[in-house]
Design a binder for this molecule. Sequence first.
Ligand SMILES: O=C(O)CCC(=O)C(=O)O
Length: 261
Amino acid sequence: MYFKKSQMNSQNISEVRHNFDKDGYVFLPGFLSEKDVDAINYKLREFIETKVPDMPFNHVFYEDKNNPATLKQLQDLHLYDPFFDGILNNSEFEKIAEVLLGEKVIGKNLEYFNKPPKIGKPTPPHQDGYYFMLNPPQAITMWMALEYVDEQTGCVRYIKGSHLQGMRPHGKTETLGFSQGITDYDEKDFSREIPFPAKPGDLLIHHAMTIHRADGNKSDSRTRKALGFIYFGESAKEDLEAKNAYQKILSEERTTKESLK
Ligand SMILES: O=C(O)CCC(=O)C(=O)O
């Protein structure tokens, strides 16, 4: 449904896979048409108005919880609406994930990201695999721009080849929705980053071990909206005990913080 089929003939599929294996990410400009992105944005506006008020707090994050205009993240959209389920599962996105991981995949999460103007916080440098707790770390994240995104509004930045260099140490951050960041990220890392400004419908795909981050939104008026897709390879085993324990800590911390306000 949401896919320019002509973009993926067998020749460029193998080129895309080659680049993904080598660099740890690929950039597919114009993956969705303007019309398709408009349809998603329309649906998202409706969803935010009608469904978000009833969603549990661990699926809805605001920069300022007293101001709905500062919505920054939604989790598991596919569980709330068949429209979003159809984007994550049995879709052309899923097919690409299977090609790039070389195995069947399971759609785990469809997320909405925004960085509201002026107050949208930076995304700390991290490797998704640290959050996923998988063995082997066979997983993929896709990030699709829903509007123009540039360095001022906080585009995604990758470190090429970092997926081949192991897991870096992570520690707690103060960023809601990205609670863990690389603790020894230094000048050398900053200098190796490649920024990816994007227009609506451009798709970025990275491996779970690829280091990435994004700046905050420094613009006075522009938002920075995107969809995030997470797929696990079927060979990847989740350490469920560690994951549930971690989720429990996060929920408790959030409840305590909110009750202190
Ligand atoms: O939207 C962002 O700032 C980054 C998203 C991200 O880091 C991710 O999906 O893993």
